[in-house]
Design a protein around this ligand. Structure first.
Ligand code: DGT
Ligand code: CA
Ligand code: CA
Length: 574
């Protein structure tokens, strides 16, 4: 049982209780517990196992919550949650993903309209029944109609970060088994797509029952949905489903190639086979006339027999990888270990949970050589954003910590809001004292393209701004980003020497792969940053790197792979 599973159970509990109209303090207690567990750097199971320690020493965990956590870790579930799930249908919970619809409104839809699925909700909204509900109105109904299709679609997909962690844990467990000789995740997860529809796992084994039995009993698995001789489908506790396929040794590479996809990439592969008088399927590459196998045990072999070098999974989308492979011009993709700095993170000065010193030490522990502390500017009142006076004090504190801590350099930064009227949230004289200014849009994301561009250009043209952070403001599967006119903005960034961020947070990944590739083509330096709000938040760097790899980025395309001295040389000078 991972900490995330425990945290998710408390989140679900809080959602369901809120829909039922439970006491707000009780709901908040579960949300706080979820946060505490989710941010822990050690396993809760280890704390429970250690007789000398108590869960109640953790912040916001009392006796009752400690008992619940123990129940979850020991049994894998919580009876109270199971009861609540009986009372509130899953379709009702999904409604919480609609923008602007909280538990109170969901409760009204559920109880007053007796509506229990997104389909029914759509129908009710089309008939004007939703607008008639107390506290709703035409605008809310319109917003439901605008978003309901994408929410319904997104509800079926999962963030890469979570599903990859689950798949990795399962593959690791399979590899421990006596009978299993090879195991890998394939599908969209291996291609590191930002969301995953279902997980695809392949094994070779001397005894096909063993891996299937193991998976059926696995902590992360909720239910076996189907089981045959060579294939088993299960549903994990997180809700995602997984196919386990047992394949013969001589087909392992062909199966990996086939089930990694993408479908578009595989279509080209099959055509290349045909052009060479061969036939490609998940079992191998065969001669057309006599079915003699020519490759299958390894992926490298399959590619080689089709006159190609092995192509990294992140590039397998039929977006130019074949042309580059043919020209022997595949990029040597960036790796997480190449990263030397992290230029976007928060502290307790605004909405982070750790101090400057704690963030710096945690970054150093992760092998980083430099960071920028970039707390919010004053417009973000919710997060206690900094005005000029507090920011200068914060920077003095950074100077002090920088003196004390050796082995990592801390830059004086700010996450600067670009306001709705295309002005900046802090005056130039303060910004001029910063080492690093990452300008962002937080509010007014729905403005028309002209105004969004005007705002981004104001920031880019200001000589104090060094980078644009999470450019579109999108939240993967949940909120569409701003309508950015990328051509104009990218050209301006290139002209002014402003860097563009790939925000590594699994729910942002902004810029996305396509736009990061476009920025690279213009020679704009990319920075990959975690936007950490806690020390454990620094661990998401890998997801930003995956997105960069999907964009075809190499080490040299990413500014924060450089030494600090080299990085500084890339900073704009005008
Ligand atoms: P997902 O699960 O929606 O995130 O995306 P994938 O890419 O994991 O797709 P999935 O699970 O349906 O299938 C895994 C891989 O198997 C897919 O990437 C390519 C291969 N595959 C599945 N169906 C077909 C097909 O009809 N034709 C070909 N050529 N390949 C297929
Ligand atoms: Ca899949
Ligand atoms: Ca699948």
């Amino acid at each position: 049982m991972q900490n995330n599973d425990v945290a998710r159970i408390f989140d679900q509990l809080a959602d369901l209780l809120e829909i039922q109209g439970a006491n707000a303090f009780r709901v908040r207690a579960y949300r706080n517990a979820s946060r505490t567990i989710g941010n822990l750097t050690e396993l809760v199971a280890d704390i429970i196992a250690d007789q000398s320690r108590s869960l109640q020493d953790l912040s916001s965990i009392g006796k009752d919550l400690a008992e619940k956590i123990t129940t979850i870790v020991e049994s894998g579930s919580l009876p109270q949650l199971d009861e609540l799930k009986e009372q509130v249908p899953p379709g009702v919970v999904e409604m919480l993903n609609l923008p602007g619809i909280g538990p109170k409104k969901v409760a009204a839809i559920f109880h007053d309209l007796n509506v229990t699925t997104l389909d029914q909700l759509k129908e009710a909204a089309e008939n004007g029944q939703v607008a008639a509900l107390k506290g709703f109105g035409r605008k809310t109904e319109q917003s439901i109609l605008e978003n309901i299709d994408s929410v319904a679609e997104a509800g079926k997909r999962f963030y890469l970060a979570e599903s990859k962690a689950e798949a990795d844990a399962i593959v690791e467990g399979l590899l421990q088994l006596e009978s299993v000789t090879q195991a890998t995740v394939a599908g969209s997860c291996r291609r590191r797509k930002e969301t995953v529809g279902d997980l695809d796992v392949l094994v070779t084994t001397t005894e096909s029952g063993e891996p299937m039995d193991h998976l059926a009993e696995h902590d992360l698995v909720e239910k076996v949905l189907a089981r045959g001789d060579t294939k088993q489908r299960v549903r994990l506790r997180s809700g995602i489903e997984m196919d386990l396929r047992v394949v013969p040794d001589e087909s392992y590479g062909a199966a990996m190639q086939y089930f990694t996809g993408s479908k578009e990439h595989n279509i080209v592969m099959r055509r290349r086979a045909q052009e060479r008088g061969l036939k490609l399927n998940e079992y191998g590459l065969y001669r057309n006339d006599d079915d003699i196998p020519v490759a299958g045990a390894t992926e490298e072999d399959v590619y080689a027999k089709l006159d190609l070098p092995w192509i990294p999974p992140e590039l397998r989308e039929d977006r130019g990888e074949f042309e580059r492979a043919e020209a022997n011009n595949l990029p040597k993709l960036i790796e997480t270990d190449d990263i030397r700095g992290d230029l976007h993170m928060h502290t307790t000065a605004t909405d982070g949970t750790a101090s400057i010193e704690e963030m710096a030490l945690a970054a150093k522990k992760r092998g980083l050589k430099y960071i920028a502390i970039t707390d919010h500017s004053k417009r973000v009142m919710m997060a206690n954003g900094l005005d000029a006076k507090r920011l200068r004090e914060h920077w003095e504190e950074i100077d002090r910590v920088n003196e004390e801590i050796k082995g990592i350099e801390i830059l004086k930064g700010i996450e600067l809001d670009i306001l709705e009227d295309a002005t900046l949230d802090l005056p130039d004289d303060v910004l001029a004292e910063a080492d690093w200014v990452v300008a962002v849009l937080h509010y007014g994301l729905k403005q028309p393209r002209d105004q969004i561009n005007k705002r981004l250009l104001t920031a880019i043209c200001n000589p104090c701004v060094t980078a644009i952070g999470h450019m579109t403001g999108r939240i993967v599967s949940k909120r569409q980003g701003a309508d950015v006119g990328f051509d104009e903005v990218f050209r301006a960034a290139a002209d002014h020497g402003v860097m563009l961020e790939i925000n590594a947070h699994p729910s942002r990944l902004d810029l996305d792969d396509i736009h990061a590739a476009a920025a690279k083509d213009l020679g704009i330096p990319i920075v990959i940053n975690t936007d950490a709000h806690s020390t454990s938040g620094l661990d998401v760097m890998q997801y930003g790197v995956f997105q960069a790899r999907r964009a075809g980025l190499m080490k040299g395309d990413v500014a924060n792979t450089r030494t600090l001295a080299q990085f500084r040389k890339l900073l704009r000078t005008t």
